[in-house]
Ligand binder design. Structure first.
Ligand SMILES: NC(=O)c1ccc[n+]([C@@H]2O[C@H](COP(=O)([O-])OP(=O)(O)OC[C@H]3O[C@@H](n4cnc5c(N)ncnc54)[C@H](O)[C@@H]3O)[C@@H](O)[C@H]2O)c1
Ligand SMILES: O=C(O)C[C@H](O)C(=O)O
Length: 332
């Protein structure tokens, strides 16, 4: 029996993500948690004739405890989205506290669950989550994932369009680093099938993958950021976890993980300027991340340049998240 939880289930991502989970054959029980509206979303989804039972919880009456207890996988798209002119880091002040409180719930009620963090800024919210779990003595780095799958989805779609291929789903393109602007590093040189895109076309494609989120924020004119494509991406990642749990082998997803705690992570950390958190292809198994795959030695000279830029931004974002929980070190 697999129990899946969506925290932030009434939101723009939460509702379609919950729908996709309700349709999944891998889910037996679906618990929807939000500060508003979740019983209504649950009632609506519960009429769909698939096997998962659906329940909705609010904070009252120990709703967080009831929603999280017994969870196998908790997907978190709770928090505010960007408006035009904002960076993801501008969301930190509000979303950091939301993640801290929800992850405290994970630590108390579902310490063995897989935790998938969608809430931005992912480069900081994942370190916040890790530090909260560490504080409670229940941190398992092989079960905590920052969801960067939307960058993969965009790289497949935009590359297919530039390459003139009708079906983006044939592409496999690693996107590594973090999840904001120039911390997002698409590795077009490692694309399968190979693509020959160079010069200004390559620069424009890389920029579009890095800043694809802004395109949606601008098009929505103040009404939020990517929700439907994100629900698809979040579900793709969640289902990969559930397939691995069900025993399927050879599943690899790019995801933002705590490198020192994942097998193979130390080699990635050494290649990635000593950063503790980084998105790389990660092999998934029944108990979570089984191997972080170090593809950094294979990148092109051009991509090395992109990575140098990414390291600086990521280091600052990671530190900001860690400091939010452990406190900034005393000045000497
Ligand atoms: N990782 C990614 O690739 C990616 C992609 C798109 C959006 N996002 C991020 O996902 C987050 C959600 O985006 P959205 O468009 O769904 O926003 P939204 O405002 O539509 O929905 C957010 C939901 O979170 C709920 N919420 C707020 N505080 C909560 C709490 N303490 N506990 C439970 N629920 C709470 C709200 O009530 C709301 O229903 C944003 O931070 C956004 O930046 C990340
Ligand atoms: O752009 C955003 O703020 C949302 C999300 O991170 C995205 O990449 O679409």
């Amino acid at each position: 029996m697999v129990k899946a939880v969506v925290a932030g289930a009434s939101g723009g991502i939460g509702q379609p993500l919950s729908l996709l989970l309700k349709l999944s054959p891998y889910v037996d029980e679906l618990a929807l948690y939000d500060v508003v509206g979740s019983p209504g979303v649950a009632a609506d989804l519960s009429h769909i004739s698939t096997k998962a039972t659906v329940t909705g919880y609010l904070p009252a009456d120990d709703g967080l405890k009831a929603a999280f207890t017994g969870a196998d996988i908790i997907v978190i798209p709770a928090g505010i989205p960007r408006k035009p002119g904002m960076t993801r880091d501008d969301l930190f002040n509000i979303n950091a506290g939301i993640i801290r409180d929800l992850i405290t719930g994970v630590a108390l009620y579902a310490p063995s669950a897989f935790v998938l963090v969608i809430s931005n800024p992912v480069n900081s919210t994942v370190p916040i989550a890790a530090e909260v779990l560490k504080k409670h003595g229940v941190f398992d780095p092989t079960k905590l994932f920052g969801v960067t799958t939307l960058d993969i989805v965009r790289s497949e779609t935009f590359t297919a369009s530039v390459a003139g291929k009708p079906d983006p789903s044939v592409f496999k393109i690693p996107v590594i680093g973090g999840h904001s602007g120039d911390t997002i590093v698409p590795l077009l040189s490692l694309s399968e099938p190979k693509v020959e895109i160079s010069g200004t076309d390559r620069d424009a494609l890389v920029h579009r993958i890095q800043f694809g989120g802004d395109e949606v924020v601008q098009a929505k004119e103040g009404k939020g950021s990517a929700t439907l494509s994100m629900a698809h991406a979040g579900f793709r990642f969640a289902e990969s976890i559930l397939k691995a749990v069900a025993g399927e082998s050879g599943i690899v997803e790019n995801t933002f993980v705590y490198l020192p705690g994942v097998p193979g992570g130390d080699a990635v950390k050494e290649s990635a300027a000593g950063l503790d958190y980084f998105s790389v292809p990660v092999e998934l198994g029944p108990s979570g991340a089984v191997k972080a795959i170090n593809i950094l030695p294979q990148v092109s000279e051009y991509e090395k340049g992109l990575l140098e830029v990414a390291y600086t931004g990521l280091a600052a974002n990671i530190k900001k998240g860690v400091d939010f929980i452990v406190g900034a070190p005393e000045a000497k």
